[in-house]
Design a protein around this ligand. Structure first.
Ligand SMILES: Cc1cc2nc3c(=O)[nH]c(=O)nc-3n(C[C@H](O)[C@H](O)[C@H](O)COP(=O)(O)OP(=O)(O)OC[C@H]3O[C@@H](n4cnc5c(N)ncnc54)[C@H](O)[C@@H]3O)c2cc1C
Length: 389
């Protein structure tokens, strides 16, 4: 058994970022993940303004750029052949998860966090008063291990074992879900982010590392289950031909590198993200339909919001429960418009002119979020390692 201030389950966008900022603030944090260090996961990876801003504020954007992640200077929305082009001054980036998650993990380790891969958490441990005291797990050799902590953080994604273990209530439930099929292609040029829409489907192109372009198609979850899931290459071709013949032609001339992956869709939620001895961050606490490509940005945002609260709780500046209640309030205030609009977009129950209005609403909420993040003080840095002592 090992004992810590905080144990985090999940070492990707939300968990590794939380570990990084907690370790920089001088707290004893262990983060465990059953996956392999540097592995990929089911996700495309377009970062929006808030996400890029967070990486910059934490001093990590240079590492993303050094990994060869191409800058994105233009975003094009095409509504049935009517393009809206937005040129952006400060570039966006879309690092592969093998790059982004690794950069966050490396930085967390450098700051003093103990990050362990190949550890499968099997249960949440609760004392006689109902307070979470840590987790039980199996390490990479299959041996039973226990991590005790003052706070257990579930950063373990949409199927969060921590959220289930503490019966975290869903406070807001979305209704709609988009299914996505995507792959990474060689020799498919893309002029920045491209999002294309027809009456019943979407597609997009996201330039990324190693000269690859991530190409996706999306449709309602019902349609995926009814007709698209049986033959992914055929579904990809058919939706591209419907939504964006131009992107379809570029894809036909390129080469698929790796598998075509599919996400069947899952309606979003906000869950209560805290209770006695536990907290949730990232998808575990707040998930929204991925067609708007904003989950990573929000995971990085919420990692920092959570760390402010946990730091106040651990240092005694505020009772932990009050600090975590503040985390929930701010997270929800920043998330509701994003969640509701993403849900309306995922309904596919719009005309293209209405969709444009929904995208404008989403953009307003993103700008509000970016304004908030610009004004947010960075969490304290106390760790001698992070201070370079
Ligand atoms: C198809 C698809 C496309 C997307 N595209 C985009 C996009 O373009 N842009 C964007 O911003 N967002 C996108 N998202 C959303 C984004 O992927 C998520 O918001 C993001 O991954 C959330 O990060 P996280 O750290 O909360 O969870 P995850 O990335 O899911 O990480 C959770 C980690 O917890 C670990 N874990 C789970 N259970 C256990 C356990 N019991 N024991 C140990 N470890 C455990 C897992 O191994 C995993 O590594 C997309 C999502 C999907 C599904």
């Amino acid at each position: 058994m090992s004992s810590h201030d905080v144990v985090i389950v999940g070492a990707r966008a939300a968990g590794a970022a939380t570990a990084l900022l907690l370790a920089r603030a001088g707290h004893d944090v262990v983060v465990v993940d059953r996956a392999r260090y540097g592995s990929d996961t089911l996700s495309t990876h377009a970062l929006m303004r808030g996400g890029v801003l967070q990486l910059e504020r934490w001093g990590l954007l240079d590492r993303i750029i050094a990994a060869g992640t191409p800058p994105v200077h233009r975003v094009t929305f095409d509504y049935g052949g009517k393009p809206v082009v937005i040129d952006i001054r400060a570039p966006l980036y879309a690092p592969r998860r093998t790059v982004l998650d690794r950069v966050l993990v490396d930085a967390a380790r450098e700051a003093g966090a103990d990050v362990r891969f190949g550890v499968n958490v099997t249960g949440v441990r609760v004392d006689a008063e109902g307070r979470v005291t840590g987790v039980s797990a199996r390490d990479a050799d299959g041996a039973a291990v226990q991590y005790d902590a003052m706070l257990t953080v579930g950063a373990d994604g949409t199927r969060s074992l921590v959220a289930r273990g503490v019966s975290a209530p869903v406070t807001t439930a979305a209704a709609h879900a988009t299914a996505l099929i995507y792959g990474h292609y060689r020799d498919v040029p893309a002029d920045g982010y491209e999002w294309n829409f027809s009456a019943h489907a979407g597609s997009g192109a996201i330039p990324t590392n190693d000269g690859r372009t991530c190409v996706f198609v999306g449709a309602s979850s019902e349609r995926f289950h009814r007709e698209l899931r049986w033959d992914r290459p055929a579904a990809m071709r058919a939706l591209l031909a419907d939504v964006s013949p131009d992107l379809g032609a570029r894809v036909a001339a390129g080469q698929l590198d790796g598998p075509l992956r599919a996400f069947p869709g899952m309606p979003g939620w906000l869950r209560r993200p805290f209770g006695p001895g536990w907290a949730l961050v990232g998808d575990a606490g707040y998930f929204k339909d991925p067609l708007t490509a904003h989950g990573l940005t929000d995971a990085l945002r919420d990692a920092e919001l959570l760390v402010h609260a946990v730091d106040e709780g651990l240092t005694g500046a505020m009772p932990m429960a009050a600090a975590l209640a503040g985390y929930e309030r701010v997270r929800d205030d920043l998330s509701r418009a994003l969640l509701d609009t993403a849900d309306a977009i995922a309904s596919f129950d719009w005309r293209l002119a209405d969709l444009q209005v929904l995208h404008n609403q989403f953009s307003d909420a993103m700008q509000e979020e970016a304004r908030f993040l610009r004004a947010l003080r960075t969490p304290p840095v106390r760790s001698p390692l992070a201070l370079g002592a």
